[in-house]
Design a protein around this ligand. Structure first.
Ligand code: SF4
Ligand code: SF4
Length: 327
């Protein structure tokens, strides 16, 4: 695996400062039942890194500190790997739910049909957890090429199961959003137009419904970044991202009001910085390895965000964030 950080850190990007915290993104570990080509986490069934109960309790304490100091934390975003494979997933969701904060599960869909996860779909519905699920195409071959043989068929089965519980169905408050990312080193197409095409295909072919489609750019890091370097496409992709940079996207990049916490409890400005090992800034605006148990949420405001070349992945064209296009 080729590390692209030394290439990315040389690329200048405009400075950004934090606003009040709204979203806590928790990476519950790198274990996944899939091993997708574009994965920016390098997740796989072989990974052993899993958040333990102590760290989960420290995160719950942090959420309580946010409530006490009047922070506007309104979303906990659970990611991985497959976050549901963490043995403490259920208790974490139950505890956050008691605190009346919205929960989003970044679900790869196939995990819902894994052995031992039979309870999962009903549990998520019962706790009103929003589901954001990756489905990089509405056609079998493209999905299987990127995510593994048989993944499309299993994903459709999982989507039908979620629809059966009320997820993504008109009139229901159970939210099911899908995520698209390009197959290779290109920018995603226009989000609302692609959403219309997805909705029509999935409904006509499989009877599947969902709320919104989020289009995301592939990040030039980890497995995808390494593939770009090995195919000699890294520089061309970076040039594409930089040529399509739009300054207005700086106003809505997700790192302004989100922190990302790794499986050991260390804090980053976003999931991508986590993967590149770029910790949040301290009060002198220098990168400093900071644990969630030592973090005072209110003190993050106005701190500098750690940026590098990969940030063009968030700001090119219509922009890209955990919630899809920015424009
Ligand atoms: S399902 Fe998600 S976390 Fe798992 S390998 Fe694929 S992209 Fe990575
Ligand atoms: S990669 Fe995106 S979200 Fe992360 S710090 Fe850069 S601009 Fe912000």
């Amino acid at each position: 695996m080729i590390d692209t950080y030394p290439l990315l850190e040389k690329i200048k990007f405009p400075s950004l400062r934090r606003q009040a915290l709204k979203t806590l993104q928790i990476n519950l570990g790198y274990l996944c039942n899939q091993q997708c080509l574009h994965c920016h986490v390098n997740a796989s069934p072989q990974r052993k890194e899993i958040m333990d109960k102590t760290t989960i309790n420290q995160l719950l304490d942090f959420i309580d500190r946010c409530n006490e100091d009047g922070s506007n934390l309104n979303l906990v975003d659970l990611t991985g790997g497959a976050p549901e494979l963490n043995p403490h997933f259920k208790i974490l969701v139950e505890e956050i739910s008691k605190r009346k904060i919205a929960i989003m599960d970044r679900c790869n869909l196939t995990v819902l049909l894994e052995k031992g996860q039979e309870y999962l779909a009903e549990f998520l519905a019962e706790k009103n957890v929003q589901i954001t699920a990756s489905l990089p195409c509405y056609e079998t071959d493209n999905v299987d090429k990127q995510r593994g043989k048989g993944v499309f068929e299993t994903s459709i089965e999982a989507l039908q199961k979620l629809n059966g519980l009320g997820y993504g169905v008109p009139g229901s408050d159970l939210i099911l959003n899908l995520v698209f990312n390009p197959q290779g080193p290109s920018l995603p197409p226009e989000q609302s137009e692609l959403e219309r095409t997805y909705k029509q295909h999935l409904k006509d072919e499989w009877g599947v419904e969902f709320n919104h489609l989020f289009t995301l750019s592939n990040m030039p890091i980890k497995r995808f970044g390494s593939t770009l370097v090995s195919k000699n496409q890294f520089e061309d992709y970076m040039q594409l991202l930089q040529e399509n940079y739009l300054e207005q996207n700086l106003q809505s990049v997700m790192c302004l009001d989100l922190i990302s916490v790794d499986w050991l409890g260390y804090v980053y400005d976003c999931d991508f910085n986590q993967m590149l090992g770029m910790p949040v800034s301290d009060k002198s605006n220098k990168p400093n390895k900071t644990h969630i148990s030592d973090l005072a949420p209110a003190l993050l405001v106005e701190r500098e965000i750690q940026v590098a070349g990969h940030c063009y992945g968030c700001t090119a064209g219509q922009g890209s964030s955990c919630g899809g296009a920015l424009a």
